[in-house]
Ligand binder design. Sequence first.
Ligand SMILES: [Zn+2]
Length: 439
Amino acid sequence: MSEVIFRNGTILTIDADHRVLAGDVACLDGVITQVGGTYTPQTHDYQIVDCAGCIVMPGLVQAHVHTCQTLARGRADDLELLDWLRQVIWPYEAALDAEAAGASAELACAELLLGGTTSILDMGTVHHTDAIFDAAERAGIRATIGKAMMDAADPQIPVGLRESTRASLDESARLIERWHGGAGGRLRYAYAPRFVLSCTDELLREVGVQARARGVRIHTHASENHGEIALVRERFGTDNVLVLDQLGLLGEHCTIAHCIHLSGPERRLLAERGAHVCHCPSSNLKLASGICDVPALIAAGVSVAIGADGAPCNNNLDGFLELRLAALLHKQRGGPRALPAPEVVRLATLGGAAAVGLADRIGSLELGKRGDVIAVDVTPLHTIPTASPWSAITYAAKACDVRHVAVDGALVVRDAELLTVDVAQIQDRAVRSAHRMFR
Ligand SMILES: [Zn+2]
């Protein structure tokens, strides 16, 4: 039995009524046992973290990241998607070995946890997925990870990333066997066909069948870039979302990153199937891909989450930066109320939880849910005076304001220090690995 008590903060519950409470949030053996008021410890094995001056809220859930790409931060600036992939990212991923993949994922997990992201949906590369799971397990983050699937006979894909349909499915099955449900349910698997262009029809169809049979999620990219969409139309005669549906991938268990250039029928189909979209505003702007019409998706009934994507297209993994940008970006087209602050905070927490299939377990601070909790300090100069906690979190707070973090009811960050892994060692390993990779 172990207890963690976040004492005396302002609590954003993200419950159905968006209640804001004062007092304690307590977790006993991983489960939230009190939200608000003053908590009396039930055992002798308890830790109290002081949250005076903090907003206590559910950890951010980023439903689209690539932790294996972190070592390529700053190496692929000012390119559009297909050039970015072909000139830098695919050659980089082809050159990754297990050591570099582990160093990259470890760096990402540390940045994410210290910045208040407690849960991720992560797309790896074709190989070395065990090293990514290892890093997530050690860091203590809640992670749903999948190997990138790339069996298409595309001469633009480096040899090191090409795989056969059979090998792609077999490796996915092995990883599910080894990792899905691991670390007390904190680690899970998701099939990750990179995008329809990197996969054969046969592979995509089989992913649709096996994901349903095994109860595993699907994580992919779609409709990010005009060039990509033109190639999809050339090959399939129709658009991304319709292709994914025809091949049996679309459903409540499917999360699609980007979805920038969608038709009305595609939006309606996403809503009808209950599929999730992950909005990645920094990445979409940096790759000059466009702006996903999030208000239109929400109006159509589509479940939306937020993510930083990878370090080479962002170049941070800062969930607060994405939250702020998501709140600002849609005002240009939809007016000042296009995406109000409480709605953006909900997308970044409960929306993300839904996109990883865990809305019944994380994403809000409610009794019986798992203890994924963060405390954000709102006493720094750039956040005072704090008129509204929704405004502070959406428009003013930064990742560096995160003071305490618990995942599954266990403290992983206390007083802005990572407790699970040694940050100096991670920095050293990342810099050495990046140097070796890009020599
Ligand atoms: Zn991505």
